[in-house]
Design a protein around this ligand. Sequence first.
Ligand code: PAN
Ligand code: ZN
Length: 188
Amino acid sequence: MIPNMEPFTRSVDLLSGAIAADAVVEDRRVADLHGYYLDDSGAEPDRIIYRLYAVPVPEANSELQCSTTVIEPGRIGREYHMTKGHFHAHRDRSEVYLGLAGDGLLILATEDGRHRVEPIRKGSLSYVPGGWAHRSVNIGDEPLAFFAVYVGDAGHDYATVAEHGFPVRVIQGDDGVPLVMEHPGHRR
Ligand code: PAN
Ligand code: ZN
């Protein structure tokens, strides 16, 4: 084949997760996550929950999307800061997460009601197979940063998670320790 893209190199700050130069940077604030948390009434709408750095790559199944996510430490009510979470729009597309910094949990769930909880920390490599929705949660006191690489045309289905939620939520227990709780409102 004759390639239609040129090779390139970008710089990832392994401590902060930031990607330099032409990365597309997007912030997700409390107001953007309204409805995802049990109760966000006490949280300032402008507070940044997480930041995404994405290297621009065509959305084709021959390509690999590369991005980092940085989730600030903190809670909304008793719930730890977390991403929206999604299925891939093309359900069978997989993804790899490499933990860079901080202390987190990766919550995974299938449409038939199974779930898994995996750690995210410096050096953790998590494989997210097709068909598993995924959400990351910062349970530590420092920013949680991870690198993700996934099939170029995976796409993001947020609507299914927005409607049904995940089977579990991560909250701070009475003793200050993170607790993975069944989510009573979750429907299959
Ligand atoms: C990640 C996520 C990122 C933010 O790059 O998109 O961590 O989470 P939400 O997209 O759920 O807000 C990924 O899994 N991409 O497919
Ligand atoms: Zn994904």
